[in-house]
Design a protein around this ligand. Structure first.
Ligand SMILES: Nc1ncnc2c1ncn2[C@@H]1O[C@H](COP(=O)(O)OP(=O)(O)OP(=O)(O)O)[C@@H](O)[C@H]1O
Length: 435
């Protein structure tokens, strides 16, 4: 849908920002451009809406060379979101969002009603409509930025580090909301980030750039993690790619065993007779309450009389990934991950080594169905390495908090759509500013 054919950008100062880029981005897909600082991500992005003109090559949109379309017209179909949202400080939130519909001549009433719809779509309460940007948090401002970019319902969205300026918790929320929105809207999105985790979380496809504006690899997140094209990509993706790959394996296929699980009303004698170091106490609906260390059980009474260590976290068989399951095992005081069903009831438990064997199998099946035999071996290695690494790193916790050694067995404004008419607008003058 968006196609780069041998596109280069050389600046007059001799910098080659983008070097002979050929790339095809699918319609309705979310493509992330990622790479170290100065590798040409923003330049590539801005060539799509003609804020930067290529020195050589052709960028086309739905088969048409974008040089054949006047920049203002082109930008009407391309929303643009930047870091810090780039909102107009003296306009209310509603009027910020209504900017593009107004530019398109919709009339005030219709434009404002569209803006109100968009605010709702991005999860902002109507009460914020009358506020000014300075009266909103950074995360809320970013949502307004996204709402504004969606103003004219453009088929294409360009997003330049839109979530980088907010703290990690808000960023996580914005990313999740954004994915939800994309599921609904199916825009063709080009998203720039320098954060490989963000790229992996959001992208259907990821283009990794190296310094000098060269494309190092263009692939799905799964394949990028499984088969980095070279050492540069492997380094960029990070040492822990084995763990990250587990995000693509569903927890639903992991085999669980019944494990040492007892109702909290069970006598402590029953818990002791299981002969396990830890027992999981559950309520009447089998929802997990906490772990009891067998060594610290009171002489009599029930599990309700025992001190229960917090669960860490559980994982949901429907919806969570193998990564969440493994994490649950590593953080659990008993080293057992607790899998729960849709009602939150305990479905079973597994330790990190049981999980790793199953994960390797699941990865292998996934890769076989994708006709990738080589992945099987790599998946097993990666899963085992990942478990070894993670188990080594996890702080060992024993009964009653004593340290025990783990063993394997217990283990826009540059202005969005309808933006500035005069191209080219190079980066630093265009308000994409402080990056
Ligand atoms: N207007 C310009 N004039 C000269 N050189 C420029 C201009 N804009 C960008 N560059 C240079 O082009 C290269 C690519 O810049 P670009 O902004 O595309 O990189 P980036 O990957 O987006 O970087 P970052 O992650 O730091 O934002 C850099 O070396 C940059 O200094």
């Amino acid at each position: 849908m968006i196609r780069f054919d041998a596109v280069s950008k050389n600046y007059p100062n001799g910098t080659t920002a983008v070097d002979a880029l050929s790339l095809e981005l699918a319609e309705g897909g979310l493509t992330v451009l990622v790479g170290p600082s100065g590798c040409g991500k923003t330049t590539t992005l801005r060539m799509v809406n003609r804020m930067v003109e290529p020195s050589a090559g052709t960028v086309s949109l739905r088969g048409q060379d974008i040089r054949e379309v006047a920049a203002p017209e082109l930008r009407r179909g391309i929303g643009y979101v930047i870091q810090h949202a780039g909102l107009f400080p003296h306009r209310t939130i509603l009027d910020n969002v209504a900017t593009v519909p107004l530019l398109l001549g919709w009339g005030k009433k219709k434009a404002r009603s569209r803006a109100a719809e968009l605010l709702e779509l991005v999860g902002l309460p109507a009460t914020m409509a009358k506020r000014y940007p300075y009266q909103l948090s950074g995360g809320q401002q970013q949502r307004v930025g996204v709402a504004r970019a969606l103003g004219a319902d453009p088929p294409v969205l360009l997003m330049d580090e839109p979530f980088s300026a907010v703290d990690p918790i808000v960023r996580g929320e914005l990313q999740a909301e954004f994915l939800r929105l994309q599921k609904e809207l199916h825009k063709t999105i080009v998203f720039v980030t320098h954060d490989i985790d963000e790229a992996i979380k959001l992208g259907d496809h990821i283009a990794v750039f190296r310094t000098g504006g060269k494309l190092a690899q263009f692939d799905t997140p799964e394949r990028l993690l499984a088969h980095p094209a070279d050492d540069f990509v492997a380094d960029f993706v990070g040492q822990d790619r084995g763990i990250r790959r587990l995000s693509f394996v569903q927890a639903s296929g992991l085999p669980l065993r019944e494990g040492p699980v007892l109702p909290v009303t069970a006598p402590v004698g029953d818990a002791r007779s299981l002969g396990e170091p830890w027992v999981l106490a559950v309520d009447a609906a089998r929802r997990p309450l906490g772990w009891a260390a067998t060594a610290d059980l009171p002489p009599g009474g029930t599990l309700a009389d025992a001190t229960l260590a917090p669960l860490g976290h559980t994982f949901a068989l429907a919806g969570d990934s193998a990564r969440a399951a493994l994490d649950a095992a590593l953080l659990s005081p008993s080293r057992l991950a607790v899998g729960v069903d849709a009602d939150g009831a305990v479905a079973g438990v597994a330790d990190a080594y049981e999980l790793s064997a199953a994960i390797a199998g699941a990865s292998a099946r996934a890769s076989a169905s994708a006709a990738e035999e080589a992945v099987e071996e790599a998946a097993e290695e990666a899963a085992e390495d990942a478990v070894d690494e993670a188990v080594d790193e996890a702080a060992p916790v024993g009964p009653a908090g004593s340290a025990t050694k783990l063993t394997k067995s217990d283990a826009g404004e540059d202005v969005p759509a309808g933006g500035p008419d005069d191209a080219p607008v190079e980066k630093d003058s265009a308000g994409g500013g402080d990056r």
